[in-house]
Design a protein around this ligand. Structure first.
Ligand code: PFF
Length: 459
């Protein structure tokens, strides 16, 4: 069967941007920025993207586009079957592994969109939001129901194929996401007291920057750009020979960073508007599902139509962001099984979906009936989250940069990024230098940090 391609350059960039823009942009980046020196953190973050993120993203694009194969196949082909092929296999595994817990949060965003739209937060006392969330996730049925629905949507898109499924949905969802983000940011910024929120987010405070800040920025940049999980390599395998790799990578990183900064404009003006201390809002699920529903109600008028619209759009935005990222993760595994085991797309996708349904349900139930199942002091959800984020992601990133910088043929590299001489690549030397000398070392530090080695040394 002939392999599909994306139909346009725009479609290719939007699909890859869809992978990058996800929960990480909203529930981690803004609060990390606010607490780590505002604009100072943003500058460090952008440097991490320029020096580490882009070189690795371009390398993943290149490996995928050159081989036109799924990530495992791509690394096998480009490494001529040497042990480096394991980097591709690890990427496929990592993508699949992340997806198992990512879908759980995707399901939560659906539930919170529903709650917001039905004005369920009207008249809820501030201290009760935590119970609402805890009771919801501990319920054995409701989160599972949303989970099945969320996975059902992913499955539907994936089975439609690369052009009619992934590309078409990205072309619809990414502009929607952009418009909602801008609308919400404008609303939030026009609230009384908003300027203090903007100041919190943007005022540079270099005194807050420590070595940990830099490591955090690197880790966040990696996660946010969807690196080392096979997604970008898989999507790039559907790029045509004319797609400019470096320019596409810059576009994806720009969209991702802009959305992350705008998410801060949505969150902090509202937080300051109600006089809440931004250090008390929490991060991740605590921020998103406990603090923010309360913040939005109070800032916009409890139970008011404005609060309903704002809150519904916010959770819908999160849903779309999570969905496009989850689709990209599913595609990594689907492309792998269909190509490596010669199955139809439908069969391959179904196989992946079934595994995600089972493991996703286990992750979801780990907040309720399975909360006692623990390993290394973590529930099932945290095991998936921590193992992929702290271990697989930095290890994968490090191996990709070493492979691309030291092993991959330089001429092949140059031919690909210049589209066989059609494009200029004045940044080529810097790119190679980063892949060879900067990225492996820097990511190695993140790796040790994530494993807790520095804490160990400090002790
Ligand atoms: N980049 C996504 C986010 O910021 O939420 C998460 C993600 C998606 C990570 C796909 C890795 C990945 F391969």
């Amino acid at each position: 069967m002939e392999r599909e391609n994306f139909g346009s350059k725009l479609g290719a960039v939007l699909a890859a941007a869809g992978s990058a823009v996800g929960l990480g942009n909203v529930w981690r980046f803004p609060i990390e920025t606010g607490q780590n020196g505002g604009a100072a953190f943003i500058i460090i973050y952008i440097l991490c993207i320029l020096l580490l993120g882009l070189p690795i993203m371009i390398s993943e694009f290149l490996i995928g586009r050159h081989t036109h194969a799924n990530t495992a196949g791509a690394f096998r082909i480009i490494s001529n079957g040497s042990p480096w092929k394991w980097v591709g296999r690890m990427g496929v595994f990592s993508g699949w592994f992340i997806l198992c817990y990512y879908v759980v949060v995707g399901a939560w965003t659906m539930h919170y969109t529903f709650l917001s739209a039905t004005n369920a937060f009207d008249d809820v006392p501030a201290q009760q939001y935590e119970d609402i969330f805890n009771n919801f996730v501990a319920n054995p049925w409701l989160p599972t129901l949303w989970l099945f629905l969320f996975i059902g949507v992913i499955h539907f898109v994936i089975t439609q194929g690369v052009r009619s499924g992934i590309e078409k949905s990205a072309k619809l969802m990414m502009p929607t996401l952009f418009i909602i983000t801008i609308f919400l940011a404008i609303c939030s910024v026009s609230l009384p007291g908003a300027s203090r929120g903007i100041e919190f987010l943007l005022k540079p405070d270099w005194s807050k920057v420590t070595s940990t800040t830099v490591l955090d920025a690197m880790g966040q940049a990696f996660y946010s750009l969807s690196l080392a999980m096979g997604c970008l390599c898989t999507y790039a395998s559907y790029f045509d020979k004319k797609t400019p790799l470096a320019k596409s990578a810059v576009n994806v990183a720009t969209i991702d960073t802009l959305i992350a900064i705008m998410a801060g404009f949505i969150i902090f003006p509202s937080v300051f508007n109600i006089g809440m201390n931004p250090n008390d809002v929490g991060v991740g699920a605590g921020l998103t599902f406990v603090s923010l529903p309360n913040v939005f109600q109070q800032a916009l008028g409890d139970g008011s139509i404005l609060a309903v619209i704002f809150s519904t759009l916010f959770y819908f935005l999160l849903f779309v962001a999570a969905l496009t990222s989850a689709i990209s993760l599913h595609e990594v595994a689907t492309a792998y099984v269909t190509e490596e085991f010669k199955m139809s797309r439908k069969k391959g996708a179904t196989l992946v979906t079934v595994t995600i349904l089972v493991l996703g349900t286990l992750c979801s139930l780990s907040f309720g009936p399975l909360s006692n199942v623990k390993l290394f002091d973590r529930n099932i959800f945290s095991l998936f989250d921590d193992f992929s984020g702290r271990f697989l992601l930095p290890l994968g990133g490090m191996l990709i940069s070493i492979f691309a910088g030291w092993i991959l043929d330089r001429k092949l590299y140059h031919d690909e990024i210049s589209n066989n001489g059609d494009l200029k690549a004045p940044y080529f030397k810097l790119l190679v230098a980063s892949l060879r000398y900067i990225a492996p070392f820097a990511i190695g530090l993140v790796f040790l940090d994530q494993l807790g080695m520095f804490d160990f040394i400090k002790k």
